[in-house]
Design a protein around this ligand. Structure first.
Ligand code: NAP
Ligand code: MG
Length: 499
């Protein structure tokens, strides 16, 4: 665990940081081939942090060629498992060594609270590289049951060049979710971070080379979705795409694949996750803590944000009043202040979008119980933590992904109504159920069409458990756990006749 330091400490790191501004291709930093750059904004202040290389189709071509050369050379893809393991363990150590600087960099880039960045990067990101490193030499193939006239081996091979197109809400964590298993499998990667948050992925690529990952295995191209992102989706020499982002853009990737080389596409997309509190649940501090953090964590910019809170009629008043008390303890402020729990929205447009949803909630008749505006004293794109009571399931705020610090309470009469409402969405990423009754909990868990159901806690699971969506929240691909390896490997049968 990283020790929390003072605001002054993180400000000093921020002022001393050298921010990456180039693309990372074939083991080195380089400008975009057009020489173009775009501005990177700190959304907590609105200030320009610097410029980054504006990569487009030509750069994707160069990066894919480098990734292909690296893959075919075998310098990574065919090394002994122990060797890849050593290198990834070293990378985990380098991430730990650099965690404070990476966390400050990510906080500046995105407006995320430093406490969250430190936790994600110092603990989770480093652990991801370590966990998949340790897995590399523990995966065995199979021998099929044949007659004595044959030996049939079933082996897993790295799929090749992986395109990764990523969102801005957990920039380095999403890179780690995909890169750690892809590297463990022996693949090469071309990573397109979100245009709003390119910095930590670039620095990670540099650290990976320091750890011993050969040039060309990891390439990071800052750029825009419609150009660089689309070029990754359509590239004929990319073997698989792993995408995390909105459902709308995920659908584009299926089209790109269909119109290019039919590459498989792993999709992790949006959600509108229910948080269900049945009448028998004790409305204690832990439950209230989980309710609030499930909606407000990462300023609500979370695919599994549990904004739709469905609460039994008997306990709803107690729940709402305790939630309102708890929300007051969630400080909105300077993201570099370790006391801050809610940083800024990612952009001005996104802040306006979230405020637009809040306005729509008011107009459609939900009761605004807390927040609802932008904090006047802060310069950047902040939104106050907002709580709505008396939300009806047909309201826009109960149906669409808001992606901001908004919690809405819907009253339900019983388990059946909660289940019916929870199921009434195109999404299926995550659900939470609180109840004392184990039978009800199991019934609910079985009937909720979601990739993850958490009972009596809000959690997405951890590195050991697969994460992904049912319905329009995802494809069959899963991040995390041993299941993540399936995205980056393919199965080969070797049939040997025995005479
Ligand atoms: P997004 O707009 O879908 O963008 C995701 C990535 O796709 C970005 O790198 C983006 O590039 C790129 N992109 C945009 N338009 C594209 C196009 N036409 N062709 C190819 N690539 C394109 O999502 P976001 O706003 O960054 O992230 C928020 C969304 O991610 C939410 O819906 C959230 O639920 C989802 N999410 C899901 C998970 C999960 O695990 N299921 C986790 C985190 C977030 P630009 O940035 O340059 O536009
Ligand atoms: Mg930024």
């Amino acid at each position: 665990m990283l020790e929390t330091k003072t605001l002054a400490h993180y400000r000093t790191i921020a002022s001393d940081l050298a921010l990456p501004g180039l693309a990372f291709i074939d083991g080195e930093f380089c400008p975009a081939s057009s020489g173009r750059v775009f501005e990177n904004i700190n959304p907590a202040t609105g200030e320009i942090l610097g410029t980054v290389a504006h990569c487009e189709t030509a750069d994707v071509d160069i990066a894919v060629a480098a990734a292909r050369r690296a893959f075919e050379s075998g310098a990574w893809s065919r090394t002994a498992p122990e060797e890849r393991k050593e290198v990834l363990l070293r990378l985990a150590e380098l991430v730990r060594r650099e965690a404070e600087a990476l966390a400050v960099m990510e906080s500046l880039d995105t407006g995320k609270a430093i406490a969250d960045c430190l936790h994600e990067i110092g603990n989770e990101v480093a652990t991801f590289f370590q966990w998949y490193a340790e897995l590399i030499d523990k995966v065995f193939g199979k021998v099929a049951p044949t007659g004595e006239d044959a030996l049939a081996l079933i082996v897993k091979e790295p799929i090749g060049v992986v395109g990764m197109v990523l969102p801005w809400n957990f920039p380095l964590l999403m890179v780690a979710w995909k890169l750690a298993p892809a590297l463990a499998a022996g693949c090469s990667a071309v990573v397109k971070p979100a245009e709003q948050s390119p910095l930590t992925a670039l620095r990670l690529a540099e650290l990976a080379v320091e750890a011993g990952v050969p040039a060309g295995v990891i390439n990071v191209l800052p750029g825009f979705g419609e150009t660089a992102g689309q070029a990754v989706g359509r590239h004929p020499d990319i073997d698989v795409v792993s995408f995390t982002g909105s459902t709308e853009v995920g659908a584009h990737f299926l089209k790109y694949a269909g119109e290019s080389n039919l590459k498989p596409v792993g999709l992790e997309m949006g959600g509108k996750s229910p948080f269900i509190v049945l009448d028998d649940a004790p409305i204690d501090d832990r439950l209230v803590d989980e309710a609030v953090s499930s909606a407000l964590w990462n300023a609500g910019q979370n695919c599994s944000a549990n904004m739709r809170q469905m609460v039994g009629a008997k306990v709803k008043d107690e729940f709402l009043s305790k939630v309102l008390d708890k929300v007051k303890t969630w400080k909105v402020g300077d993201p570099l202040d370790p006391e801050t729990r809610i940083g800024s929205m990612i952009t001005k447009e996104h802040q306006e979008r979230v405020l637009g949803y809040i306005e729509m909630g008011r107009r459609e008749g939900a009761a605004l119980c807390a927040g609802g505006g932008r904090p006047a004293e802060l310069p950047g794109y902040f939104v106050e933590p907002t709580v709505f009571g008396d939300v009806r399931p047909d309201m826009t705020i109960a149906r669409e992904e808001i992606f901001g610090p908004v919690l809405g309470v819907i009253t339900v009469k019983d388990e059946d109504e909660a289940l019916t409402l929870a199921r009434d969405t195109v999404y299926g990423l995550h659900a939470t159920v609180f109840t004392r009754d184990i039978d009800r909990a199991i019934r609910m868990a079985r009937r909720l069409p979601c990739g993850t159901v958490s009972i009596n806690a809000f959690t997405e699971g951890d590195i050991k458990t697969p994460f992904g969506g049912y319905r329009q929240s995802g494809s069959l691909a899963r991040d995390n756990g041993t299941e993540a390896m399936d995205q980056y490997t393919q199965t080969k049968t070797i049939w040997i006749a025995v005479s």
